[in-house]
Design a protein around this ligand. Structure first.
Ligand SMILES: [Zn+2]
Length: 437
């Protein structure tokens, strides 16, 4: 990291311990710079020109709420209007995973790569990673995937050592853990669980290994009250280390990582403004769940303003026990598009999957939803289980106890459920089948 730039660790720590009102003054300058930069992007040039919006239109940060939202549909409808169209400035091209349609092309400039490294360096720092620490990266750095590159750049710019083991190859991973003794392991939770169990089955003392910090990516491991899901608890038990959950997306080029307090991911004040909005686009107060809207500050190659992520979460403020006064984004609670309605209550599929994690015999599950009337969805939970002791009624009782709903439950063989979930050949097994109109 360059000294005296905004992406400097010492300056970053100062900004995070600052009194919030003073910090907001700084952030207003970051936001104005950001708005000026978006004028290089055809979508924003036209949108802001039409609405008379300029960088100085905003007297304070509250002015952000007057700007129009950007949606995933805006990007999908006219991808050519987004992204910097200047080859001389582009250093890397990332692609979104394309789980909802065509992958989006996200160009990175040199400054964006620096910003990315800084983001992860500060996140690692907040999770207790320091200079000289070794980090085993079990995520891929290739295939136009940005997160692996971001973690690598973060570790090295912080002064740590990256071990780029990549995904899979459990025996090789254990060889590296024994030989190179990393303090931190980073990966997708399901893989880290598999790796831990394989280690136990093959004579390794996993909980006493060099690994004391487990950083997860991709799947939520905490509930809205910050408690770990059953999978999260298993991860901590197996590895005998602390789990830190991270959340991010390729489109907004920013990740939120948990600090030692594990009470949400700190919002990086020089990199991000976060709002939470309800269905009518009203900004919600602290602690209320709604759609996460992000304005990733300082991005040059693919700048966005008020991007509606489609994810549900809540913001928390107040001084964190780690000493930072920045807001924290709680665990993601589901996808807005997957919200389910059941007899006057609403919930997300994640709540069902968390409840099912209590059954160790259940190997996989997915949800099918069909609309019957305006207000209530017809929900079926299909569970993969080869143990006759688990029946439909015990599963329904568990769901009733956890989330107070009694959807129809169908038990099938593990192999059958697994084959349906992997049927479309996507990167991740499909867990939600929506037949609602
Ligand atoms: Zn904290």
């Amino acid at each position: 990291m360059q000294k005296n730039s905004v992406y400097d660790l010492d300056q970053a720590l100062e900004l995070r311990r600052m009194e919030p009102a003073s910090r907001k003054q700084r952030q207003l300058l970051f936001l104005r710079d950001h708005i000026t930069r978006t004028l290089c992007i055809p979508f924003y040039r036209e949108l802001y020109g039409k609405n008379g919006i300029t960088a100085t239109s905003m007297a304070d940060l509250n002015g952000l709420a007057d700007l129009p939202f950007t949606t995933r549909e805006d990007i999908d409808a006219a991808p050519a209007l987004f992204g910097l169209n200047d080859e001389r400035q582009i250093r890397d091209i990332a692609l979104t995973s394309g789980t909802t349609g065509e992958p989006v092309i996200v160009p990175y400039t040199q400054e964006d790569l620096q910003r990315l490294a800084f983001n992860e360096a500060v996140a690692f720092y907040s999770a207790g990673v320091r200079k000289g620490d070794r980090v085993l990266l079990t995520v891929t750095l290739d295939r136009c995937f940005i997160a692996g590159l971001a973690y690598y750049a973060g570790v090295t710019s912080l002064g740590g050592t990256a071990i780029r083991s990549g995904p899979g190859q459990v025996a090789r991973q254990w060889y590296l853990i024994e030989k190179l003794r990393p303090k931190v392991i980073l990966g997708v939770p399901s893989f880290l669980l598999e790796l831990g169990r394989w280690g136990q089955d093959n004579g390794y003392n996993v909980a006493a290994s060099s690994v004391t910090t487990v950083i997860t990516i991709g799947e939520p491991m905490r509930k809205p009250d910050f408690s770990l899901t059953e999978s999260g608890r298993q991860l901590e038990n197996i590895w005998g280390g602390r789990v830190h959950v991270s959340y991010g997306a390729t489109e907004f080029e920013t990740a939120f990582g948990e600090c030692s307090a594990a009470a949400g991911g700190h919002v990086h004040p020089e990199l991000m403004l976060v709002e939470i909005v309800d269905e009518d686009d009203n900004i919600l107060p602290e602690g209320k769940p709604g759609e996460i809207v992000v304005t990733p500050l300082g991005v040059r190659g693919f700048p966005l303003v008020r991007f509606k992520t489609g994810d549900i979460g809540r913001l928390h403020s107040g001084i964190c026990s780690c000493g930072w006064s920045t807001e924290r984004l709680g665990p993601t609670e589901g996808r807005l598009a997957q919200r389910l309605k059941y007899k006057g209550t609403t919930f997300y599929p994640e709540a069902v999957f968390y409840a099912l994690q209590d059954f160790t015999q259940i190997t996989a599950a997915y949800i099918e939803v069909r609309s019957i009337t305006e207000g209530t969805d017809d929900i079926t939970v299909i569970v993969g289980c080869d143990d006759a002791q688990v029946n439909e009624e015990t599963v329904v009782a568990k769901l009733q106890a956890h989330i107070r709903v009694r959807p129809e439950v169908v038990i099938k063989s593990s192999a059958e459920v697994d084959s349906v979930m992997r049927g479309d050949g996507g990167r991740k097994p499909k867990k939600f089948f929506d037949f609602r109109k």
